[in-house]
Structure formats: C-alpha cells, structure tokens
Design a binder for this molecule. Sequence first.
Ligand code: BES
Ligand code: MN
Ligand code: MN
Length: 472
Amino acid sequence: MSQTSDNAVRAYIDQHRAAFLDDLADWLRIPSVSAQPEHDGDVRRSAEWLAARLKDTGFPTAEIWETPGAPAVFAHWPSGDPAAPTVLVYGHHDVQPAALADGWHTEPFEPVVRDGRMYARGAADDKGQVFFHTLGVRAHLAATGRAAPAVNLKLLIEGEEESGSTHFRALVEARAAELAADVVIVSDTGMWNETTPTVCTGMRGIADCEIELYGPDQDIHSGAFGGAVPNPATVAARLVAALHDADERVTIPGFYDNIAELTEAERELIAELPFDEAEWLRTARSYGTLGEAGYSTLERVWARPTAEVNGIGGGYQGPGGKTIVPASAQLKLSFRLVSGQDPYQVETAVTRWVEERVPAGIRHCVSFGAPTRPCLTPLDHPALQSVVRAMGRAFGQKIRFTREGGSGPAADLQDVLGAPVLFLGISVPSDGWHSPNEKVELDLLLKGVETAAYLWGDLAETWPAPPAAPSV
Ligand code: BES
Ligand code: MN
Ligand code: MN
C-alpha cells in the first residue's frame, strides 16, 4: 500500500482518462433498453460491444452468454497464482427506457459532458459502474508490474436487470462451475453522497405484481346499470385503500412474518450517518415524508419491507366526462422485501388477500414477475475490510456503511455459488437512476477506477491462507 504505488495508479488513470471516457460514451450511445422489445438488437449490440472491449482490456476470456431473453457477458482473467482468491464482479449492461420527451435536457443516448458530469441513460446505472473495472484492472497491472491480476478476476454482466433478471438465476445455475468464486462484488449500487464515500452492505428484494379486474364485458351506461352491478375501478381503489393501515403498515396477513428486525447496533450505524431530511427530500423531488410508524426515513428505505402502488388504471381518462361502468381496471404493485421474507410466501399472501376482497361479479387475475431476493453482506467478512481500505486509499476519507433500498439479483449469486456478496459503487443519489437526465460524476467515476485498482492487490494480500496440511 505504498504511496509510490498509489501515485503510479493515479498517473496511469490520468494518462488514460480521456480515452476511457470516450469509450464509455460510445457504449452509452447504444440504447440497450431491455424492457422494450424494439431494442432487443441494441441490447445484443451492447453485449457484443462490451465483450470486445473486455478482450481489448486483456481478458483472455470475454464471451456472450445467451439466455432465453437478453444476452449476458462473461469475462475471466486468471491470476496464474494457484493460491489467489477468485472474485466475481456483477453488473448489468441493460438500461431503463428513456426519451427526450420525459424531461431530458439533451438526448438520453447522446452522452454529453457538462460541469464534470457525463449525462446519458446508463451513465450511473449501470454502464459507468461496470466500465470503471476495465481501467481499474489496467491501472492495477501498470502499478504493480504484473501481467495478470492478483486475483482470478471474473465478470458477469447481465442484460435483463432492468426488466427483473428473469433468466438470471437459471443462467447462474447452468454456469455455476465457470462462475465459481470466493467473493462476489456487485458494482450496481451507490454511496451516501458526493462528499461522503460509503460502502453499501445490503439491498432489498422485490416482488412485482399485476392485478387485472374485469367487470362487464364492455363499458356500459352508468345510469342504466351503475349502482346495480360491481365496478372494477371501485374494486381497484378499495384494494389500494386497504393496502396500508393508519400506521402505514402493510395490512396483508403474514407480510411481516419472519423478517429480520434491525439490531440496536445496525440502528446506531444508520443513525451515525449525516442525514439531512430536507436535502433528502430535494433529491427525492418530494414534499413530505411518510412511512411505517416507529422507523426513521433511512430505516424505512433500507431495512423495512414496503408495498407500493406503481400504477393504477381503468375507465375513461380522456377530456370531459363519460358516464360508464368501465369494463376493467388494472393495478401494478410492487413489494420491497427484506431478509427473512420469502418472496413466494409474499406472493401467496397477496393473492389470497386480493381474492378475499374481490366481490362476486368481478373476475380477476393476479400475476407476479420473477422475484428478487434481499441480500446482505456479512459484516465480519475480511473482504469487506479490503473494500473499505481500497476505497479509503482512493478517497482519502473515512468510509462509512450504508444500505440500499433498491434491488438486484445478487442473492442468486450468493445462494448458487455459496459466496458472500459485497458491494462497490460510486454512484450518488443525485445521479438520477431511472430519471430524466441521469448522469455520473466524473471525479467519482475515476475514484471507482482507483478503488478497483487497489482492491485486487489488497484482497490477494490479505486473503486468509488455507489451513496448513496436517503433517504425517
Ligand atoms: N442499480 C439498481 C438498484 C439500485 C437502486 C441500487 C437504487 C442503488 C440505489 C438496479 O438497476 C435497479 O434499478 N433495480 C430494480 C430492479 C427491478 C427492475 C426488478 C429496482 O430496484 O427497482
Ligand atoms: Mn442497476
Ligand atoms: Mn436500475
């Protein structure tokens, strides 16, 4: 951890910074929107672009892995040292939809650099945070004079994260031998803010739900029939209204069963963070907080399960009035999950809860997407200290711990590969994940490069030696 080696890393990054940013901009020009079928070809182009770039970076293996949905990219650079630990970096190359009309100041797939930020869909979530590993590993080699990384470095960059990672678990199961790793590093989360570097230690899970409610076979006159037949829009509204009680707790029986309550120590770690509610509300672009009684805002977002109405529709929405009983209504709900909750139990509980509330004369259908499980880092794992040290060297600051309220399929890697999951991200809440004008802070992106450059050496040096073979 000498100053000379840190200087060598920084010098290397400085020299290659311009080309690195140009390359990232090229990748961001590919609109790899996994949720929109018209972009299937772009998602594939994005995977091919990345595989080619990883080959150029020096990975001896960099290939496309097909799934029944969008392709993933796998890369492997063996260390050559039989004792070296194996690290699997996870990220995604697909992005959320984006259109100029949503309120972007410039074209979402035409990256622009302004005021030290790169604006484009995917700049932070997640292409920027995947891409910092390319320059990171090169800087690690340049500064150490090595020909191969100090760890066996694997990358798995999926193409379906923004549409629920539908085929991810099956892919990981099918390729478990090639993916085998001692630790997983998820590069798809953020830090506290621009001036407070932090390591994320957990993500929530999610179960996605669509409810269709059908009344009459077609829209019918509300004077001739209304008041004497059930209205599916009324039923939708009643479901939404019944979802939370006066304490903003979810009313679905069994929803809170078996969840891991926050320990006092965990609550203290959260309370130590410099939380400014007014500032947080500005980032949330919202005008008041509301959530489960008895928990702070951060606890609500990071460590409590929630039910959210993502969309509600049905009936006439055009100008003027239209006196009908509508034929149908729809709800899109999602449930964020925390440790201890089983997504399938939640699905069963929700389905039953809806069934009990739909009156005779309304047909209904409840369906769920592939659930994502919550995932926590084991806080006593030595690799966490490597991440903290590497980040500390890059930022020159104390590193604190956070969690994220968002979700990703990291728990599948943890379950199938039996490896602990750690998080490394430099994105900040103001980056606008999923919003118009998503951006990445270039200084932080380069700190990500620098952190990655230090991390592999630190992990290899501090990796616990296997127990000595018993002497005979
Ligand atoms: N990178 C995000 C998750 C995230 C959100 C991390 C906020 C840190 C802060 C990820 O790409 C994401 O958006 N996940 C979705 C999953 C969903 C589409 C199944 C999410 O959390 O809504
Ligand atoms: Mn992401
Ligand atoms: Mn996302």
